[in-house]
Design a binder for this molecule. Structure first.
Ligand SMILES: Nc1ncnc2c1ncn2[C@@H]1O[C@H](COP(=O)(O)OP(=O)(O)OP(=O)(O)O)[C@@H](O)[C@H]1O
Ligand SMILES: [Mg+2]
Length: 239
């Protein structure tokens, strides 16, 4: 069985600037895999490359054994990969409900719209409460939930989450991590590639992890224990 997602020797960047160097990683079906790394390590670049927003310069990206690198972003969504970015791309003047519906634009997602909407509202009751509120007037944490909710509405196999807890007050961070746990329990078959700077919390949610540093994978394996080790944090996270 091929991995759900497999990256092989990926080089990527912006124009002439190379950011990712020979990145290889895998995500299996139903797995939650964390990518940790300091600011500027290339984490967002990695997710954007998988999602087809940036074209890799070298290497291959396989989804269930089939190449998706080089395909346009909307095609990659159709294949079952959803990206929820930290810099949210919500429609601020539209309501929460309308934003969620817009997430279900592909054919597969439209057919499962009601079912997925129910899942999103059960994971994020706040979104249900605020269904008719304009997205732009929601708090930072609520907008983060909405971004994840909208990604879920695409009915994907793989969810790429870019720092869902960044910029949030401690209490909201807890809420977001609790919501992610609930999401994992509700949708057991969903795979998640979780990019985070909050090492301890994301490690506890994840099955495995990688550390990205200066655009290179410098660690791969268990992270639940590793993140409590001072030498791991110093060596890989620059902490
Ligand atoms: N559009 C762009 N054009 C040129 N360089 C960029 C662009 N976007 C990001 N970079 C550069 O790529 C490098 C990696 O950025 P990236 O956003 O992938 O890091 P990150 O690990 O997500 O960091 P953070 O934790 O701060 O979000 C940085 O040096 C950044 O300045
Ligand atoms: Mg980033």
């Amino acid at each position: 069985m091929p991995s759900l997602l497999q990256l092989e020797g990926l080089d990527s960047g912006y124009g002439d600037i190379q950011i990712l160097w020979n990145v290889s990683l895998t995500v299996e079906k139903g797995e939650v895999v964390a990518v940790l790394g300091p600011n500027g390590a290339g984490k967002t670049t990695l997710l954007k490359t998988i999602a087809g927003i940036i074209k890799p310069k070298k290497g291959r990206i396989l989804l269930e054994g089939k190449r998706i690198d080089g395909k346009p972003p909307e095609k990659i969504v159709e294949e079952g990969v959803a990206l929820a970015l930290a810099e949210k791309e919500l429609f601020p003047l539209m309501t929460v409900h309308e934003n969620l519906i817009l997430g279900a634009f592909n054919k597969r997602a439209r057919q499962k719209l009601d079912e997925n909407l129910e899942i999103v509202y059960s994971i994020f009751p706040k979104l249900k409460e605020r269904a008719s509120q304009k997205a732009g007037t929601m708090s930072g944490g609520e907008q983060q939930m909405l971004a994840i909710g909208r990604a879920l509405m695409t009915d994907s196999k793989l969810l790429l989450l870019d720092e869902p807890s960044t910029g949030l007050a401690p209490l909201l961070v807890k809420t977001i991590f609790q919501a992610m746990r609930k999401l994992m329990e509700t949708k057991k078959e969903l795979s998640i590639l979780l990019v985070e700077q909050r090492t301890v919390q994301s490690a506890q949610l994840s099955d495995r992890g990688y550390v990205l540093s200066n655009g290179r994978i410098v660690y791969e394996g268990d992270i639940k224990e590793a993140v409590y080790s001072k030498s791991f944090l110093r060596r890989y996270m620059g902490m």
